[in-house]
Design a protein around this ligand. Sequence first.
Ligand SMILES: Nc1ncnc2c1ncn2[C@@H]1O[C@H](COP(=O)(O)OP(=O)(O)OP(=O)(O)O)[C@@H](O)[C@H]1O
Ligand SMILES: [Mg+2]
Length: 164
Amino acid sequence: MSQGATAWDTGGSEMGSPAADRPSAQPQRYDTAAAAETEALGERLGRALAAGDVVTLSGPLGSGKTTFTKGLARGLEVAEEVTSPTYALVSEYDGRLALYHVDLYRIATPAQYVSLAMDDILHGPWVTVVEWPEHAAPPITGAIEVTFAVAAGGGRTVRIRGTA
Ligand SMILES: Nc1ncnc2c1ncn2[C@@H]1O[C@H](COP(=O)(O)OP(=O)(O)OP(=O)(O)O)[C@@H](O)[C@H]1O
Ligand SMILES: [Mg+2]
């Protein structure tokens, strides 16, 4: 994947502790040519995550949010394969930290959102990944924000913004 020259970009896993590898508040851009590269980027973020972290994934249908989550789960040492379930809005996985994978695409009413008890999910000692965070009301704040766009050549542009 192509990337700029910043601490998070160039660090890789050889840069020391995972904590040193957390994304900066300055958004960083990555261009991934294939799904495996998007997964690798997610895995790298997953390795750097700590209990209580929330990661929001924004971008159109098919832009790579679940693909990124599969890698992120590997970085959290989740053994089970992350899928994009047809009906479940929230899936839980065991790993070095538990992972809650939330997909808000099908949220149709405010009551449905309330029924998810997202406030509890977002504030627990685990990692929460949220696809379609735009469907959350009230909005999700304080998250590491990842946005996906489909590039002209078919690859993906991934932007990651850490918390301050
Ligand atoms: N560079 C790339 N990065 C990620 N996915 C890619 C890339 N190139 C092609 N793909 C393909 O694009 C699709 C992305 O699907 P994925 O389920 O990850 O999207 P999504 O953003 O989660 O969509 P949805 O909003 O429907 O949940 C996959 O089929 C994947 O193989
Ligand atoms: Mg998805």
